[in-house]
Design a protein around this ligand. Structure first.
Ligand SMILES: C[S@@+](CC[C@H](N)C(=O)[O-])C[C@H]1O[C@@H](n2cnc3c(N)ncnc32)[C@H](O)[C@@H]1O
Length: 307
């Protein structure tokens, strides 16, 4: 069972413009909430390829989507490998694709994954999970990256004005003993932020730093940038591509990526400015508050972008 509430579900479904028998790729399956609504819209006959890095997400979604039988194909992997995943698992014409970026509540709320500073847990933050030896964990980044690199990660991905001070505090602390847990890291971050700034800010000082580390550990921005032309390129003419992002840097990448594709006349942009959730949704689900949705439509005339 998933605890994740799908964000901007009605808007995503509207922009995907789904019809019975269409085949769709969900590149960020998560709890399977969007996927379930998509499968209902493409019934009868339409198939869905659901991709996620996280095998726990795949297992949960498999159960949730079992009633759709062989119309659902699930693949564990990075959407960065979309072209290969599609080729191996989904040899069908694709009429719509969705990326709903970032983390699911299932991941955030699981202390073992180390994404939240509110609960004690190991500093992991790998989307693929702890069994993944191919990527480094947040623990390794925090304890081994040069101070200047930490400061850059916090400044660039966290847009945090105390980036240098926080990086310095961590560099000094790890000399005494390695920083092992979410709460050890959170209290060091708090100690590096001047008290007056802590008082006036509505958000906990660790919020942006944890987000920045997660983005760095999973190379999230690079994956997104690479995937936009690939996903747009595999759509049938007039196929829709919807991206929901939760971070200003992500939204900027989507905006520029879509603009670049539109200049080459490969897509038509449907959302001139990003759609944001209704206040009602944010009240019901505070995790929706920073969401931005952008949609583009594949131009008529098939041009294969994948080399
Ligand atoms: C916000 S959740 C998706 C929630 C889903 N739409 C739902 O309604 O339940 C994002 C999911 O994308 C996955 N993810 C993030 N980056 C990924 C990537 N590069 N490749 C594959 N999956 C990724 C995460 O593991 C997470 O499960």
């Amino acid at each position: 069972m998933s605890n994740h509430i799908p964000v901007m579900l009605a808007e995503a479904i509207e922009y995907l413009n789904l019809k019975p028998r269409m085949n769709v790729i969900d590149g960020t399956l998560g709890g399977g909430g969007h996927a379930e609504a998509i499968l209902e819209k493409i019934s009868p006959g339409g198939k869905l390829l659901g991709i996620d890095l996280d095998d726990e997400a795949i297992a949960r979604a498999k159960e949730r989507l079992s009633r759709f039988g062989n119309r659902v194909i699930l693949a564990q992997g990075n959407f960065r490998e979309l072209a290969a995943l599609r080729q191996n698992y989904f040899p069908y014409p694709v009429f719509a694709a969705l990326l709903d970026l970032g983390l699911s509540s299932d991941q955030l709320d699981n202390p073992r994954r180390g994404f939240s500073f509110l609960t004690e847990g190991p500093l992991d933050m790998r989307l693929r999970g702890r069994g993944d030896a191919s990527t480094i964990s947040a623990r390794e980044v925090v304890n081994t990256a040069p101070e200047a690199d930490l400061a850059r990660i916090f400044r660039q991905y966290g847009e945090d004005r105390f980036a240098n001070a926080i990086a310095h505090t961590l560099a000094v602390a790890r000399e005494r003993k390695p920083i092992e847990t979410t709460q050890a890291l959170a209290s060091l971050i708090v100690s590096a932020v001047p008290p007056h700034a802590r008082r006036v800010s509505r958000v906990h000082p660790a919020t942006r730093i944890f987000q920045a580390l997660r983005i760095a550990v999973n190379q999230e921005l690079g994956s997104l940038e690479e995937t936009l032309p690939v996903a747009a390129g595999l759509l049938e003419p007039q196929g829709r591509f919807v991206v929901i992002s939760f971070h200003s840097l992500e939204d900027r990448i989507v905006k520029h990526g879509f603009n670049a594709l539109a200049r080459k006349k490969l897509v038509r942009i449907i959302t001139k400015s990003p759609r944001v959730p209704l206040l009602e949704e944010v009240m019901r689900n505070p995790r929706a508050r920073s969401a931005k949705l952008r949609a583009a439509e594949r131009a008529a005339g098939k041009i294969d972008l994948i080399q």
